[in-house]
Design a protein around this ligand. Sequence first.
Ligand code: SF4
Length: 445
Amino acid sequence: MKRVVENVTCPFCGVVCDDLEITVENAEITEAKRGCVLGRYTFLRHNDDRATMRVNGEPATLDICIEEAVDILDRADFPLLYGLASTECNAQRKAVEIADLIGATIDTTSSVCHSPTLQAIQHMGDSTCTVGEIKNRSKLLIFWGCNPAESHPRHFSRYSVTPTGMFVPEGRKGRYVVNVDVRKTPSARAADLFIQVEPGADYEVLTVLRALVNGRPVDVGEVGGVKVEVLRELAQRMKSVKFGSLFWGMGLTMSRGRHMNIFAMLALARDLNQYTKFTASPMRGHGNVVGAATVMTFSTGYPFAVNLSRGYPQYSPGEFSSVDVLARGEADAALILAADAVGNFPGRASEYLKKIPLIAIDPKESMTTRAARVVIPTAIAGIQAGGTVYRMDGIPLPLTQILESQYPSDLDVLSRIAAGIRRRRGLPETVAAHADAENSPRASV
Ligand code: SF4
């Protein structure tokens, strides 16, 4: 039997395309129309590298895995929950609930990618907009320290470089594209102007660009390997365009300067808004990394690196970010949700993670599942489970469940773990029941 599911949301990257057409034949996905190479791979090869359910390397039932996970988390003095970015928002909320229940440190993959962006926005605010506004209005696009042609393949065609827009009817011909980076990537080929910056010199270049935008005297001929004349022309172009947009990636967040680079970028956008309309947006990577920061923020007040051991949230990047907690050897158990921490963390943190009781909840096999004591494979959010994800511009979009799965969803697994911990601790089964019990006359007596 063949069926076609329309307007499907791709959960792979932060572009979160919601126009895919998925063909299903005999319970198998056979086509993913309009998906890029990464999106097509996500749907067509979703069964590759599936993890197996196990405890201590031995096959186990879901009940045994849940019981073991509950045991590990219930006994831990300083547990860590990490990941969240590649699952949907209801599962993310449940993860925060578990962290609150056991007084854990909870952190997301932002911690090792765009945390400097989040910190800079907390200090500076941001001049932002939806990707729809960029498509319809933006005539000057500046991509700095990012390579969307490879990391976000449909960003150029859907939202930024080539589409026709309400006020950009000529499409590509009506836009001027600039790529700033330490080396030429495939994104440079899509640009009208490529500016090569010396590694680690982005802050200096951004600062001089700000000075030129603000009409300050600049008495050097070159900064960070870039001729000031090139920056002067760019500053003039930025001030004279009706609507322009800045984008940045990990080339800025994970290089020298980190949050100060983003601070300079946001300040540049703010300064430009004295002359024209300019926006600044991070190129967020994982499909629901923005959702993870959003859920963390509306649940705890902070977007990442939160510790709940005192019964209230404490936010401290560098202290409660996962890599630091692990490198100092503080966590005595960890639950990794939809992420490969062992494969991506620096050596010391990764090695330490292998030594402590580790629970991995993930549809796919990874270095983390291979090191984990408990492995619980789950239904893939966006293919085998529904939910909500946040696009890179902060717009929530629904995920479609296209196929049935033999595996439980992330939300099911986390709900069972939360219920198991509550039972162990003699607490009511649900948060609502817990709150009711606390607010009841009996509780206040
Ligand atoms: S650009 Fe990203 S969201 Fe869109 S189809 Fe490709 S991987 Fe999926």
